[in-house]
Structures are given as structure tokens and as C-alpha cells.
Design a protein around this ligand. Structure first.
Ligand code: HEM
Length: 502
């Protein structure tokens, strides 16, 4: 009979053999072995974990440093490549006629795998995306321009309430409420009315921020979330972060809407704009499996998640820089005087300086800051002397693209002028805030309409920053979106006045 010692010895030998095999296969046999980079990163994903979770949200900075040492192409994990070269962006984030898939390891951070943004496979993504595209077309957004303008007016009422009161207003919370109300109204035909409920808006924003701080841990240890999901709700609600509970409450709310839509053959909303769920339900190109209640719930949840946080961040960052730079604000106001006071998005879009301020605000907000890999499943990508084998996850972060000094000199400075004139137009192809290619942001028109209407409206107010400086907006930590210093309370300001624009 085998003794315990010999069993332990055999197990240890097996374990050691497994580790040696892992080292050899990752470092010496991997098809990525010739790509430069630190051996430790090629060996273990704990390298990434260290910079992402222990030094919180700093791996994207480490990657930038690695490029200084190893050149424009680096193997950053045992399986993944990062290229720091803006001229390669269109190969990584290619148009939809070139097959590009997502990296399952990274979509774990999105708890909505059945949504368009959580879809890995190319063809399925196209099908889902094509069903949503008409809903987010420019024409469709223009037709809802008056709804967005009404929300912008409501936002201004919040500023009016603070006029001359010397009580600071938290602009980050106001923009969160605005973006959430707009995307909910736009997609589902009813909103959360957060602009009228500042306390709830502040709480939802704080909970979501806290939730995002957990994404790196979830990515490396998905079993934590999976285990929580298995627990009965009565127990789980005491352990789950409040942001998860908010999301569950939201999903429960929209799943009621979905059930109603799925069983409403008369289309009760005839004559009015139909919610996204009607559009998906009646889409003849989607098979029944794509119209299940759970799938629609994931799609709706993604729209609200994606449409709230990034838009709010871009608005807060742009407005912060304009308040901090009075000559820029004066130039913007001078330009706004050339349009009618009841401006529409279409009129505002033609204003070069306003467009430049928004492009610069988006650049310094960095869009999705995490590595958003694309996989070319059946195409070897050639980068200079290196062949990247089919199936390899490759990315270029918005940090590297937006701080490339050859394209954006003095990159951390807010300088709208860089987007003006011929040179400014040429720079547009390096704007990564909404990503590029067949999987770029579907909400880009909606986000632009919101930003143009709101920045034009709030430029009317004289404001002074309150206990806020650049460290409250500057990108310091990557938690999917840009986080400033971790104890930031957001952008706060005192509303000093409302000078006549005419
Ligand atoms: C300034 C505001 C916004 C920014 C910076 C932004 C940025 C981005 C980026 C970078 C992506 C690509 C993510 C990836 O590659 O995985 C994305 C995807 C997406 N965004 Fe936005 N977004 C904004 C506003 C919106 C709005 C208002 C909506 C509206 C509903 C929206 C809905 C989506 C959806 C559904 C996707 C997934 C698209 C797909 O996978 O085909 N976003 N966004």
C-alpha cells in the first residue's frame, strides 16, 4: 500500500512537472515568444494582476513604460500583445468587414454577456449591432433633440437654484443624473428623473464608482461574483456591494417592461417613439433566440451603463477645463453668440470652437481606459517585422493613443486649438474616446448631442471651482473608465452668475 509520504511526493512531482511545462510552453514554445517584453509578463498573469489590482488600476501606465524599454510592440501577458503605434489602430480596430472578436477574459468585466458589447463572436456581434444601429443613427438622435434639450434645461434649473447662493453644486453628480435620465428616456421611453432627485443621483453615482473599483478583482477572480450569484438573495443582499444591488433593481425594473413588450401584440406605444425593446422584438432579422427576455434585459442594462458614466465623465472634464481657463470660456461664449439662443444640436455642431472643446474634453476623458483587445480569428496581422498569429488578443490603450506626443504635443494640457484647422481635421483619426472600427461606440451620436447641448447651455454661467483642482479630473487609475485621485468627490463649483449672452 502507498504511504502518505509517497502520495505527497508524487503529487509534488506532478505539480512541479506541470509548472516546468508551463514555463517552457509560455516562454520557449509560445507563438508569441519572439515578441519583446518582460519574461515575467510572458510567464504569469500575476504580473498584470500586480499592476492592476495591487497598484490599483496602473497596468496601462506600466504598459506605456514597457514600450519605452522594449519598443512599439510588447507581449504584456502570456497571451496578449500591446502595440503602441497610432498608425496600427485601423488594423487592430478594423472595420466590420474584417473579422474581429472580443477577448472573453476581458468581457468578464461586463456582467451582460448577451448584450452587443459583451458579444465575443464576430458574426453574432454584427447581427446584434445591425439591429440596434437604426435606433442610434444621427437621424434618430436628431428626432429626439427636443427631449435632450428639455433635459439640458432641467439641468440648468439645477444651476439656477444655486445661483448667488454660495452653496457649491457637485457638477459630476448633476452630469451623472442628466446622462442617466437621457439614455433611459431615449432607450426605454421613461427615465429615472434623477435630475429632480439629487440625493438619489449622488447615491447611485457613488455606488457605481465603488462597483467599478471592483472590476479588476472580478476579472482575475470571476468565481467571487459567480459564488455571490448562487447565494439566495436574502443572504446575498447583505454581502453584495450596493452598486450590484442597484443594477439588480434596475434589471428587475426593465425586465417588467420587457415582459410587457413581449406580450403586447397591439403595440400600445403606436404613434409615440417605441422603446428599444419593441424595435428588437419586431426585427425580422433576429431569430427568436435573440429576443428572449434575458437577452433584452442584458441589452437594456448595457445601454444604460455605457450611456451614463462615460458621458457624465466627459461633460465634467470638459466643463472643469473651461471653468479653469477663462480666456477659453470667453472665446466659446463669443462663438455661441453667433447662434440663436434656442440652438439645436445641428446648429451647434457647426461651431468649430465648441466642437474643438468637446473633442479635447473627450480626449482627456480617455473613453474606455482598459485594454479593449480585438482578436483577428483568421488573419495574421503584420506589424513591421513581427507577425501576430491569428487568434491573438491585441490592443492599444486610449492612454497611449491620446498621450502620443507626436500627435498631441503637451498631451496633458487642455488645448482645444489642436482640433482646429487642417491639422485639427487630420488629428481626428487618432481620437480613440469612442474607439474605432466595427465595434466602436454605438452611442456616439447621442453622446455628441448631449455634450453639444449641455456645454453650450452651461457656458452661460459664471462659475468658480470649489475644493476642486485638476487632480479631480485627471486620469490616474484605470477602472474601465478614467478615475482621478481615488478620494476625489467630483467637480464642485459655485454658481456666481449668469451674464447676458447677447
Ligand atoms: C462620451 C460618452 C461616451 C464614450 C466616451 C463612449 C465610449 C465607448 C467606447 C470606447 C466603446 C467601445 C468599447 C469596447 O471596445 O469594448 C463604447 C461602446 C459602446 N457604447 Fe459608448 N461611449 C459613450 C457614450 C455612449 C452612449 C450615450 C451610449 C448609449 C446608449 C453608448 C453605448 C455604447 C454601446 C452599446 C457600446 C457597445 C458597442 C458594440 O460593442 O458594438 N455609449 N463606448
Amino acid at each position: 500500500m502507498l504511504s502518505w509520504t509517497s502520495i505527497l511526493f508524487s503529487l509534488s512531482t506532478l505539480q512541479l512537472a506541470y509548472i516546468i511545462y508551463g514555463v517552457i510552453s509560455r516562454v520557449f514554445l509560445s507563438p508569441l515568444r519572439k515578441i519583446p517584453g518582460p519574461k515575467l509578463a510572458a510567464l504569469t498573469s500575476y504580473y498584470e494582476f500586480y499592476f492592476d489590482a495591487i497598484q490599483p488600476g496602473r497596468f496601462v501606465w506600466k504598459i506605456k513604460d514597457l514600450h519605452e524599454e522594449y519598443g512599439p510592440i510588447v507581449r504584456i501577458t502570456p497571451w496578449e500583445i500591446h502595440v503602441n503605434d497610432v498608425e496600427f489602430l485601423d488594423d487592430i480596430y478594423a472595420p466590420s468587414f474584417r473579422r474581429r472578436e472580443k477577448y472573453a477574459y476581458q468581457t468578464r468585466t461586463l456582467p451582460v454577456p448577451l448584450s452587443v458589447g459583451g458579444t465575443i463572436q464576430h458574426e453574432l456581434h454584427r447581427k446584434r449591432r445591425e439591429a440596434l444601429n437604426p435606433f442610434f443613427s444621427k437621424k434618430s438622435v436628431q428626432s429626439l433633440g427636443p427631449m435632450i434639450a428639455r433635459k439640458a434645461e432641467l439641468l440648468c434649473k439645477r444651476l439656477d437654484d444655486h445661483l448667488n447662493s454660495q452653496i457649491p453644486i457637485n457638477l459630476s453628480e448633476v452630469y451623472f443624473a442628466f446622462a442617466n435620465d437621457v439614455v433611459s428616456q431615449y432607450s426605454f421611453g421613461h427615465d429615472n428623473d434623477l435630475l429632480r432627485d439629487p440625493i438619489r443621483a449622488a447615491s447611485l453615482r457613488a455606488n457605481l464608482s465603488e462597483l467599478l473599483l471592483g472590476v479588476k478583482i472580478n476579472q482575475h477572480f470571476p468565481w467571487i461574483v459567480e459564488t455571490l450569484e448562487l447565494l439566495p438573495m436574502a443572504l446575498a443582499k447583505h454581502i453584495m456591494p450596493p452598486g450590484v444591488l442597484d443594477m439588480k433593481a434596475f434589471s428587475a425594473r426593465i425586465s417588467e417592461d420587457i415582459e410587457q413588450v413581449l406580450h403586447d401584440s397591439n403595440d400600445v406605444k403606436r404613434g409615440k417613439r417605441r422603446s428599444i425593446f419593441y424595435e428588437l422584438r419586431d426585427n425580422p432579422n433576429l431569430p427568436p433566440s435573440e429576443k428572449s427576455s434575458l437577452r433584452l434585459e442584458h441589452e437594456g442594462t448595457l445601454l444604460v451603463m455605457a450611456g451614463t458614466e462615460s458621458t457624465a465623465k466627459s461633460l465634467a472634464t470638459t466643463h472643469f477645463h473651461l471653468i479653469s481657463n477663462p480666456p477659453m470660456m470667453a472665446k466659446l461664449r463669443a462663438e455661441l453668440r453667433t447662434v440663436h439662443e434656442d440652438f439645436s444640436w445641428t446648429e451647434l455642431e457647426n461651431l468649430p470652437y465648441l466642437s474643438a472643446c468637446i473633442a479635447e474634453g473627450n480626449r482627456l476623458s480617455f473613453g474606455v481606459t482598459a485594454r479593449v483587445c480585438r482578436i483577428a480569428p483568421d488573419e495574421a496581422l503584420q506589424y513591421k517585422d513581427y507577425t501576430i498569429p491569428p487568434g491573438t488578443p491585441v490592443s492599444m490603450t486610449s492612454l497611449c493613443a491620446h498621450t502620443d506626443e507626436t500627435i498631441f504635443p503637451d498631451p496633458w494640457t487642455f488645448n482645444p486649438d489642436r482640433w482646429l484647422g487642417q491639422e485639427g481635421v487630420a488629428r481626428r483619426k487618432y481620437q480613440m474616446a469612442f474607439n474605432k472600427g466595427g465595434r466602436n461606440c454605438i452611442g456616439i451620436n447621442l453622446a455628441h448631442a448631449e455634450m453639444f447641448l449641455v456645454i453650450a447651455a452651461v457656458a452661460r454661467y459664471d462659475m468658480e471651482l470649489f475644493e476642486t483642482d485638476v487632480s479631480d479630473v485627471e486620469f490616474r487609475h484605470d477602472y474601465q473608465v478614467a478615475y482621478p485621485k481615488l478620494d476625489s468627490k467630483g467637480v464642485k463649483a459655485i454658481v456666481k452668475g449668469k451674464p447676458a449672452m447677447a
